[in-house]
Design a protein around this ligand. Structure first.
Ligand SMILES: Cc1cc2nc3c(=O)[nH]c(=O)nc-3n(C[C@H](O)[C@H](O)[C@H](O)COP(=O)(O)OP(=O)(O)OC[C@H]3O[C@@H](n4cnc5c(N)ncnc54)[C@H](O)[C@@H]3O)c2cc1C
Length: 294
């Protein structure tokens, strides 16, 4: 394995200036579960690894009681998200996704920030957070900025981070009152396997009816980056939600997907499954809304 120097900055500014000083020869490292595999396989050959451990602070998702926003520092591990009662109860879509990432050993060290920046089409953290309308807060040599997570992914392995920028945290806006959300990682196995598809659905209902006031559908491994099924979302808004409407929305989402043949499944089957899974996750959202009301 290639030798590298391990730099341990004491602050964000120091991390950014280390990176600026070494440019392409340096790589940030958080949990290291992607970076170290790539180094071992010779896919990247950095001379310097700049540790983000200890400088990104917050170790668990935090709900701001006044604004209703959920803050997840990019250094929060998957395990801390999985164990968060706030996430399990109010953001079940995130819990569905995170609890099946790798193994417990991987989830203990791998971070949500690393998962997003790695930007593989199958990243399990991306779909639920886009479905939840999350924003990414970023800091770099030119200062701070925010980007809608739905626009963060630019291609396989490519995200909207400029040189030396660090993903600081993810912010999820407040949920509407009667909201349910669900995610499925679909493949031959649920864990330790790249999925054939990832589907996230969020539905919010009006206060006294089953009419949908907000819908989000996000598809993973259905295009080079995670995509929202915007037409299917628009179809659902204003309609009473039942099996029939969800089935139609699923068919629209299937048409919006850009799946192709891969070793994990042929395109026609994957497209068909987008429809099936959108309906299945929509029904799960409805079950969860009912459960919350009990
Ligand atoms: C056995 C195994 C199983 C896995 N299973 C899954 C799975 O089921 N689902 C899944 O989605 N992933 C899976 N992964 C991939 C990986 O574990 C996750 O993507 C993980 O979340 C990466 O986080 P990390 O902290 O280890 O990232 P690192 O390896 O430390 O970093 C990943 C990339 O992000 C950059 N980076 C990290 N943090 C920041 C930051 N805050 N700002 C800027 N750049 C940053 C690094 O420079 C690097 O390019 C698996 C990996 C292994 C080894």
């Amino acid at each position: 394995m290639k030798q590298f120097a391990y730099l341990v900055p004491r602050s964000l500014d120091e991390a950014i200036s280390f990176h600026e000083a070494h440019g392409d020869r340096a790589k940030y490292v958080a949990g290291g579960t992607d970076v170290l595999v790539k180094i071992k396989e010779g896919k990247i050959l950095p001379d310097y690894l700049i540790s983000l451990k200890h400088i990104l602070g917050q170790d668990r998702p935090l709900l701001n009681q006044e604004t209703g926003e959920l803050y997840i520092g990019s250094f929060v591990t998957h395990r801390m998200i999985e164990k968060s009662a706030i996430v399990r109860i109010h953001y079940p879509i995130l819990h569905d996704a995170i609890r099946n990432i790798g193994s417990v050993q991987i989830r203990n060290v791998a971070t949500i920030g690393g998962n997003l920046v790695n930007a593989v089409p199958s990243a399990d953290g991306a779909i639920p957070l886009i479905t939840l309308d999350a924003t990414a807060n970023i800091q770099g040599p030119k200062g701070e900025r925010s980007v809608d997570l739905a626009r963060f992914f630019l291609g396989p392995g490519l995200c909207d981070l400029e040189r030396s920028e660090i993903l600081i945290e993810i912010v999820v806006p407040p949920l509407l009152l009667r909201t349910g959300s669900a995610y499925i990682k679909f493949g031959r196995r649920e864990a330790m396997e790249l999925p054939m598809l990832g589907v996230g659905v969020l539905l919010s209902l009006g206060e006294s009816s089953v009419t949908c006031v907000k819908a989000r559908i996000c598809l993973g491994v259905a295009a080079p980056t995670p995509i929202r099924a915007l037409e299917a979302e628009a179809f659902l808004v204003g309609k009473p939600i039942d099996g029939g409407t969800l089935e139609k929305a699923g068919k629209i989402a299937a048409k919006e997907s850009r799946v192709r043949d891969s070793i994990r499944g042929v395109a026609w089957y994957r497209r068909e499954m987008v429809g099936v899974l959108v309906k299945r996750m929509g029904l799960k959202c409805m079950e969860r809304i009912k459960k919350l009301a009990q």
